[in-house]
Design a protein around this ligand. Structure first.
Ligand code: NAI
Ligand code: MG
Length: 497
């Protein structure tokens, strides 16, 4: 299927070399370099994009600094800021079809999924955060200073924007990750330099133009596509950046945290996971099977919170796993533009190689591959939905994030050992629990060391629901009002009366 099936605006967008978006203008990279973003369903070039590096990041940071210190942004009322953000949400929905097509072309995900989930969730994120713009408050505080007997004070806190924020996002939800990052930063009055992933730069560039149309002043959001080791590292290390926010691999999260030490900028990180999904025998069987399959196969398994370790109570293990295997066999894998497609390709040849290597190690270490386990077709980067069983806790497939449609299934008997088994991972992003026993579910939810615990559902995302990781899954929370804390400084003001 060719890109001639997409709308005219998207067709023109991808057939014109894309430039950087700095200070409200479309500009070439200083180096003049460009790179190509591919369509992972075909492996063919999709669009040519300006390749930002340290020099462009520096210009973007300067623009963001000017916009923060001197631009109209800092003088706007919170209500005006909120209205612009609400308009961004509306314009995203007006361009729903364009965004969905760009996501499918650049990332590979099914068009129906992008239409139903990615794009509306991004719009809702801006609207939800628009509402917070007018509700950012400090406190008044009673003081009892022991060495100032009789003195009276008026003390209060202000929540202020941190300043210039750098944001580095991954390729699995290109538009939505931009929204998660930009929403709270803008609601609280910061200015931003956003670096999209080199695999999927298009949605963020399109969004930049939409944001300008919504009335966002020049320099408030700058978008600089480029590679991680160059543009990403320059942004994380830049001493003119007051805060860096990153979503991606735990390995790069460490690099970003290290790069941030130069000026000790604030850091928030949303990293990997190896999330346990636990099915009890008293759960509704069909719901749990569909839920366990959806938890891993949604978005090709390229989901930081994917339910990639499936634990099933022993007496229903065979039935549940057989059910998940049946779902895996029935999933239509194909080009995301095809309306029947339920799962698209992996993002890149590199990701295909990475997932394939995990399957190789699983086979070598003696695991059983019940279904899938191989690349599908020769064109594009498709991988079969895969279920693995008969694993040992020391296997790489059990311990490491695969980031593909691959679940490892294991039975459990001892309910007392369950939390320890679920928590036996350096990660702590998500978990799922499937049961009809409400008390059991909530008691177990308390024991699980993860930022999100789903009960009888999975992969539910909402702008109001905070998201982030325990342990090596990250620092801080995105979405919800918790996200505002990651984008504000608290100033204590103390006056003696
Ligand atoms: P990555 O962590 O390298 O890429 C994520 C972002 O970080 C991209 O924008 C990239 O350009 C940037 N980046 C890379 N190196 C950087 C550096 N030194 N300094 C600053 N920024 C840098 O992830 P990659 O290589 O695309 O995928 C590898 C694995 O990471 C996946 O297999 C998966 O396990 C995990 N991952 C997790 C994600 C999540 O949502 N938590 C998203 C994407 C990948
Ligand atoms: Mg691409």
């Amino acid at each position: 299927m060719s890109t001639t099936t997409v709308g005219k605006r998207v067709h023109d967008f991808i057939n014109t070399p894309r430039q950087l978006f700095i200070d409200g203008a479309l500009v070439d990279a200083r180096s003049g370099k460009t790179f190509e973003t591919l369509n992972p369903a075909t492996g063919e070039t999709l669009a040519t994009v300006a390749e930002g590096d340290a020099a462009d990041i520096d210009l973007a940071v300067q623009a963001a600094r000017r916009a923060f210190d001197h631009g109209p942004w800092g003088h706007m009322t919170a209500s005006e800021r909120g209205r612009i953000m609400w308009r961004i949400g509306d314009l995203i929905m007006e361009h729903l079809e364009d965004f969905a097509e760009l996501e499918t072309l650049d990332n590979g995900k099914p068009l129906n999924v992008a239409r139903a989930a990615d794009v509306p969730l991004a719009a809702e994120l801006f609207r939800y955060m628009a509402g917070w713009a007018t509700k950012i408050e400090g406190n008044t505080i009673s003081l009892s200073v022991p060495y100032a007997p009789g003195a009276q004070f008026h003390a209060y806190t202000l929540r202020e924007p941190i300043g210039v924020v750098g944001q580095i996002i991954p390729w699995n939800f290109p538009l939505l990750m931009a929204a998660w990052k930009l929403g709270p930063a803008l609601a609280t009055g910061n200015t931003v330099v956003l670096k999209p992933a080199e695999q999927t730069p298009l949605a963020a560039l399109y969004l930049a133009e939409i944001m300008a149309e919504a009335g966002l002043p020049d320099g408030v959001v700058n978008v600089v596509p480029g590679f991680g080791e160059t543009a990403g590292d320059a942004l994380a290390a830049h001493v003119g950046v007051d805060k860096i926010a990153f979503t991606g691999s735990t390995e790069v999260g460490r690099l970003v945290a290290n790069a941030a030490t130069g000026n000790l900028k604030k850091v928030s990180l949303e990293l990997g996971g190896k999330s346990p999904n636990i099915v009890f025998s008293d759960a509704d069987r069909q719901t749990a099977i569909a839920g366990a399959a959806g938890a891993i196969f949604f978005n090709q398994g390229e989901c930081c919170v994917a339910g990639s370790r499936l634990y099933v109570q022993a007496d229903s293990f065979e039935e549940v796993v057989a059910g998940v295997v049946d779902v895996a066999k029935s999933i239509k894998v194909g080009n995301g533009l095809d309306p029947d497609t339920q799962m698209g390709p992996l993002i890149s040849e590199e990701q295909l190689a990475r997932v394939s290597a995990y399957l190789g190690s699983g086979r070598e270490q003696g695991a059983d591959i019940l279904v899938g386990g191989r690349r599908q077709g020769k064109l594009g980067y498709f991988f079969e939905p895969t279920v693995i069983a008969n694993t040992r806790p020391d296997m790489r497939v059990v311990n490491e994030e695969i980031f593909g449609p691959v679940v490892v299934a294991a039975p459990f008997d001892d309910i007392d050992q369950l939390a320890a088994m679920a928590n036996n991972t350096p990660y702590g992003l998500g978990a799922g629990i499937w049961t009809h026993d409400i008390s059991k579910a909530h008691l177990l939810a308390k024991k699980i060391r993860a930022g999100t615990v789903y009960i009888n559902c999975y992969n539910i995302f909402d702008a109001a629901l905070p998201f982030g990781g325990y342990k090596q899954s990250g620092w801080g929370r995105e979405m919800g009002h918790e996200a505002l804390e990651a984008y504000t400084e608290v100033k204590a003001v103390c006056a003696q009366l």
